[in-house]
Design a protein around this ligand. Structure first.
Ligand code: FAD
Length: 389
């Protein structure tokens, strides 16, 4: 089998939204970047996710040339948070932060396509159908071993390797351990038509059988319903009327009648987090560093801030893989990452129990947030901009 070797200044492994954005940003900052992506260039990405991006994330994508007004996206102007069967609610509005909108919802494949278009005019060297099998860090450079569909094996070296492949390779590196919690839950996704158009509102509803989000998506909503793995499988098989009735009971009548449900799909949910995001000349960002429950719609937003943090840490660095540079990156991202992982996991734990007293306390908490504008603004600020170091 043929094998050859090449060198780049920075290698980014994984052309998902986080890796693609990081590659674009680093190339714009004058770095010589090689992006390695496992899928083929023209492969149709069959992923039913629609992701809610904060206003800040959208700005980062726009600055990198990967967001255009032509991209089909739906604005979020308000987020309504409530729980089933109990008083109390919080309404976060764009006016709280004086922003044009709080965020946007976009289909994951459309976001990838937009990033791909930007990459193709960016100077980033792209290698599709390049699945990295192994990664290693040495004192002067790091290396990756990749395989092509033809069976050839190539070793590439770089001053810095950025792992953004969603979380399969980091554990090969010294000192890296992955902490994992399986929620034993799945997210059930489907397009939902309702009597009233969404008009910019997103719902976060802590229903008795699991939290659900309704994200404004075109004329209707994208449903993200967290259920036990067994429930999700049953709901995927059940007829539409049965699912709509269960959903209507969980959501209530606040948005009128639920009319129709599109094709359903389901994603298993786990929390994964690394003990460290740097090993030698290799850094992990996005899902490769932390994979979250989607309840608070924070995973990609956090990954986008990872990419921004890396760009900032590397500014003016002669050697992008130098230990001091990467240590600075790791420290700069610790607070945001820990806060968002803790908040997301805490939400699941807080709302999974249903004793009436706890429900009442949660309701009071939501009302307090709603009635105290400075607190609500701070909370909204963290959701949109993250937690600064
Ligand atoms: C149901 C659901 C709903 C969600 N909703 C939201 C939301 O509303 N808002 C939000 O912020 N987040 C949301 N998330 C989280 C979000 O989808 C992820 O955080 C985001 O996709 C992470 O991006 P990434 O680029 O780090 O990884 P990925 O999206 O996993 O991309 C990894 C890329 O690496 C490539 N790859 C993998 N292995 C290799 C390899 N060995 N070599 C080369 N390439 C490789 C893959 O082909 C892929 O292109 C949701 C997640 C789920 C499951």
């Amino acid at each position: 089998m043929p094998s050859h070797s090449e060198h780049a200044e920075v290698i980014v492994v994984g052309g998902g939204p986080v890796g693609a954005l990081a590659a674009l940003q680093l190339a714009q900052a004058g770095r010589q970047v090689l992006l390695l992506e496992a899928r083929a260039r023209d492969e149709i990405v069959a992923d039913t996710r629609a992701v809610a991006l904060s206003w800040h994330s959208q700005q980062q994508l726009a600055a990198a040339g990967a967001w255009s007004a032509a991209l089909p996206a739906t604005f979020i102007d308000r987020v309504h948070v409530s729980q089933q069967g109990c008083f109390g609610r919080t309404l976060i509005q764009r006016e709280d932060l004086q922003l044009p909108h709080l965020g946007v919802v976009v289909d994951y494949p459309l976001l990838l396509a937009s990033l791909q278009r930007a990459l193709e005019h960016s100077g980033v060297q792209l290698r599709w159908q390049s699945r990295v099998q192994a990664v290693q860090s040495l004192s002067q450079y790091a290396s990756v071993q990749l395989s092509s569909p033809q069976g050839s094996s190539t070793r590439l070296t770089a001053r810095l390797v950025v792992l953004a492949e969603g979380g399969t390779l980091a554990e090969q590196l010294p000192g890296i351990r992955r902490l994992q919690h399986d929620y034993q839950q799945c997210a059930l996704l489907a397009q939902l038509s309702t009597e009233q158009a969404p008009q910019g509102i997103a719902y976060e509803r802590f229903a008795d059988d699991g939290p659900l989000a309704l994200l404004p998506h075109g004329d209707g909503f994208m449903l993200v319903w967290t259920r036990s793995a067994a429930d999700a499988a049953a709901l995927q098989q059940a007829d539409e009327a049965t699912v709509l009735a269960a959903l209507q009971a969980a959501v209530g009548e606040r948005h009128g009648r639920l009319l129709a449900l599109g094709a359903r799909s389901s994603f298993p949910l786990v929390l994964r987090q690394l003990n460290r995001v740097v090993s030698g000349r290799v850094v992990m960002i996005g899902n490769a560093a932390q994979t979250l429950h989607p309840v608070a719609a924070q995973g990609l937003n956090l990954g986008i801030r990872d990419a921004g943090g890396l760009l900032a840490a590397l500014a003016d660095a002669r050697d992008p893989g130098a230990a001091t540079v990467l240590a600075h990156y790791a420290v700069s991202r610790q607070r945001d990452s820990r806060a968002v992982v803790g908040f997301t996991h805490g939400l699941i734990k807080l709302f999974e129990q249903q004793p009436p007293l706890l429900k009442g306390l949660r309701g009071m908490g939501m009302n307090a947030l709603d009635l105290l504008p400075p607190l609500r603004r701070k909370f909204a600020e963290h959701l949109v901009f993250g937690v600064s170091a």
